[in-house]
Design a protein around this ligand. Structure first.
Ligand SMILES: [Zn+2]
Length: 156
């Protein structure tokens, strides 16, 4: 799995993580794609039912049910491809708690490390069921469609 995430969607998750600090933020990640490359199309913030600072989060199940229904009803190819949450100690690797809570190997885990209220890194992971461990998922940003040279010189 490779995730392609638009800068503005990353910013949406980062902003949510910073706003939630010192608690953890969490939400759903929607995307589409077959095979290796998954393009993230939307992120949906969700209430954290366990808004504590010790890396325990529980995504409001009502939000997931509502999003699943909405995606099904609209006939879109978009689907829930994962979720995000923040760590308030600056780490973006899965914690022991995360490993204990991971049961769905098809989902990507995006983790935003926040330190002193500021996001410092965002990493993605996926559960390797055979090994019972998380593996890193590369994140790429889409290529710019417009060449930078089209900016007029007097505005550069
Ligand atoms: Zn965590």
């Amino acid at each position: 799995m490779i995730l392609q995430i638009d800068a503005k969607l990353t910013k949406q998750m980062v902003d949510a993580a910073e706003v939630a600090f010192p608690a953890e933020a969490c939400g759903l990640v929607i995307g589409r794609g077959k095979g290796q490359l998954i393009r993230v199309t939307r992120v949906v913030p969700a209430g954290n039912l366990l808004a504590t600072t010790d890396d325990r989060f529980e995504l409001d199940p009502a939000v997931r049910i509502a999003v699943e229904k909405e995606l099904r009803d609209s006939g879109t190819k978009d689907r829930i491809i994962g979720h995000y949450h923040s760590h308030t100690d600056g780490t973006a690797d899965p914690s022991a708690t995360d490993r204990a809570m991971a049961h769905e190997p098809e989902l990507a885990w995006l983790i935003i490390g926040v330190l002193d209220g500021q996001a410092i890194q965002t990493l993605a992971h996926r559960l390797d069921e055979k090994r019972g461990q998380f593996r890193p998922v590369p994140i790429r940003t889409p290529k710019a469609k417009i060449a930078l040279a089209t900016v007029p010189e007097d505005q550069a």
